[in-house]
Design a protein around this ligand. Structure first.
Ligand SMILES: [Zn+2]
Length: 458
């Protein structure tokens, strides 16, 4: 790696919400050493600075995806995730998926929970430059009660499978938090809410006592480790905020009391509505049932008032794609949460970019250290052929991300080798959920709906 590099002739979007401006950016020792005239002057003095001409491009902080499961490998079902995956292979494939994120302009990724706790290893391998990938902050196993999370009775009564670990007593909660911290987790992830199959019509319910949530947060905080919640609904969001959670994923369906608690403590929210938006916009194409499409659309539209209120009151809205499932495959939709923020919450393109860069750095536990094109920040930078300040969706168009730099190091963006088949990795399905009755077989009607069930949502 060259010690210094001047990125010149581009227009800077700084990620701090300022209007785009024409400026050079000088990188030294993995950090942004200077921006603008100072950068040009110092490069001139040094002579030895390598130069990267980005004429006609935008220079901006790399995207930070605060909700992405690299080990899930675009799973089609929880059955696949819980029962068909292997430890070593899962880590290796995560590293392949990490490279897809780089090609989509993602330089930072928060992976809340992973199969086999793989992500601490993947993170360390990336940090040690063994493999290339975005900067990662990760959780290990999501903590879950015996009630479970969003997978209904697929959640075991005890132990570990897939991405979770069941904790049954306060002692077990404390011991598991301490074990995860010892093993190097950056975040403790908790499924605060779950679906009780027989009460599914009520939506997700809080599946912990206030006491348990408080003990969990206190134990993690004592070890300087933040806690993030999977949480939907008014009462659970209020209780998570009161217990001391540091970040809340989803937070849909808030009422005034929940919103008040979030605003009071300025707890960052990752709506991760990209998943829902994909079902809304493309569900029909996928053959998704109309009532399900409407259900997902309501989750977004019912949250417009609370999310915009929270944003205006200074609550950080972070960008998260929930990539790792077939409906949000890696490398495709990481920009899309910005589009949701613009389309539904009325943010400007620059505000949405600020959410996905400067603000989302809190997910990496690097607030004020990355996510901005400013002197002293880590050189996590992308160069884009186009102007995302006019239209953030340019960041999702193929071929528009021209350069990606993590910690001042230019990443390899060449085409990834094509993947082949791995036996036993996927759950094979002969049909998409439809029974081949004689009536169906001989009726001559078209394709049936694919099976996309609410309880499969993670
Ligand atoms: Zn998730």
């Amino acid at each position: 790696m060259s010690k210094s590099m001047l990125i010149e002739n581009g227009v800077v979007i700084d990620g701090a919400g300022n209007k785009p401006f024409r400026a050079s950016v000088l990188i030294e020792n993995g950090k942004i050493a200077a921006v603008g005239a100072d950068a040009d002057a110092r490069a001139q003095q040094e002579q030895r600075a390598e130069r990267l001409d980005v004429q006609g491009m935008t220079i901006m902080p790399g995207l930070i995806d605060v909700h992405c499961h690299l080990s899930f490998d675009d799973a089609g079902s929880n059955n696949e995730l819980f029962h068909h995956r292997r430890n070593g292979l899962s880590a290796i494939i995560s590293s392949y998926n990490a490279r897809k994120l780089l090609r989509a302009g993602v330089t930072g990724c928060v992976d809340p929970d992973s199969t086999f706790e793989n992500m601490t290893d993947v993170r360390d391998a990336i940090d040690a430059n063994i493999i290339q990938g975005p900067r990662i902050a990760c959780g290990s196993y999501a903590l879950i009660t015996t009630v479970g999370g969003t997978a209904g009775r697929l959640i075991s009564d005890e132990g570990v499978s897939g991405y979770y670990k069941v904790v049954k007593t306060k002692d077990e909660i404390v011991a598991e938090v301490r074990r995860q911290v010892k093993n190097g987790t950056d975040w403790i992830k908790v499924h605060v809410t779950g679906i009780v199959p027989r009460q599914a019509h009520k939506g997700e319910m809080c599946v912990w006592t206030d006491d348990e949530l408080k003990i969990l947060c206190d134990t993690a905080h004592d070890l300087d480790t933040p806690v993030m919640a999977h949480c939907r609904g008014a009462d659970p969001t209020y209780r998570a905020a009161q217990a001391g959670f540091d970040l809340i994923a989803h937070a849909s369906g808030m009422d005034d009391r929940a919103l008040g608690a979030i605003v009071d403590k300025k707890i960052p929210i990752v709506p991760a509505f990209t998943f829902q938006a994909n079902v809304v916009d493309f569900g029909e194409k996928l053959g998704t049932d109309k009532s399900l499409i409407a259900h997902f659309e309501r989750e977004i539209t019912d949250s417009i008032d609370t999310m915009t209120h929270a944003y205006k009151a200074g609550v950080p809205l972070l960008s998260g794609s929930e990539s790792g499932f077939k409906i949000v495959p890696y490398g495709e939709w990481h920009y899309r949460e910005m589009e949701v923020f613009v389309r539904y919450f009325g943010l400007t393109n620059l505000e949405a970019i600020q959410c996905a860069t400067q603000q989302s750095a809190v997910g990496l536990r690097l607030k004020g250290k990355t996510g901005e094109i400013s002197k002293g920040f880590l050189a996590d930078i992308i160069c884009v052929d186009g102007d995302p300040s006019q239209d953030v969706t340019v960041l999702g168009q193929p071929g528009k991300i021209k350069h990606v730099m993590v910690g001042g190091r230019l990443m390899d963006l060449s085409d990834l080798p094509e993947r082949g088949h791995i036996s036993g990795w996927r759950v094979a399905a002969l049909t998409d959920g439809t029974s081949l009755t004689r009536e169906f077989a001989f009726s001559g009607t078209g394709k049936a709906s694919p099976s996309l069930y609410i309880e499969e949502l993670h």
